[in-house]
Design a protein around this ligand. Sequence first.
Ligand code: 5GP
Ligand code: ZN
Length: 110
Amino acid sequence: MKDCIFCKIIKGKIPAKKIIEMTNVIAFEDANPSADTHILVVPKRHIETFMDINKEDNEVLVQMLRISQDLIKSEKLEKKYKLVINGGEYQFVPHLHWHLLGGEMKKEAK
Ligand code: 5GP
Ligand code: ZN
């Protein structure tokens, strides 16, 4: 596993506000939220980008989807949410994640 910032959060080496966890996936609050609710849904395995997902990751993807649905329900975001995956120059942390954004977007958010 690479020693990237999200791997460190997953290993508990640096703190994060964890919200929910499954065997293969963790969700925690974004440190610099772009919306009222801004949660990162992250596989525990170090997959670098969206394009690196392979067929062994089917269970990971199912858990990412399931956790997202559970969060949309538990955070009451049904009326206003987005799921966003950044890639290429838009991706700053080189460990696959998607953003669950809910409620109002902050003005500075793209
Ligand atoms: P992306 O790579 O999709 O462009 O965005 C990475 C996201 O990770 C950003 O929204 C940023 O605020 C968030 N982020 C970067 N470093 C940390 C960190 O150490 N902890 C947490 N909780 N979020 C982080
Ligand atoms: Zn990583």
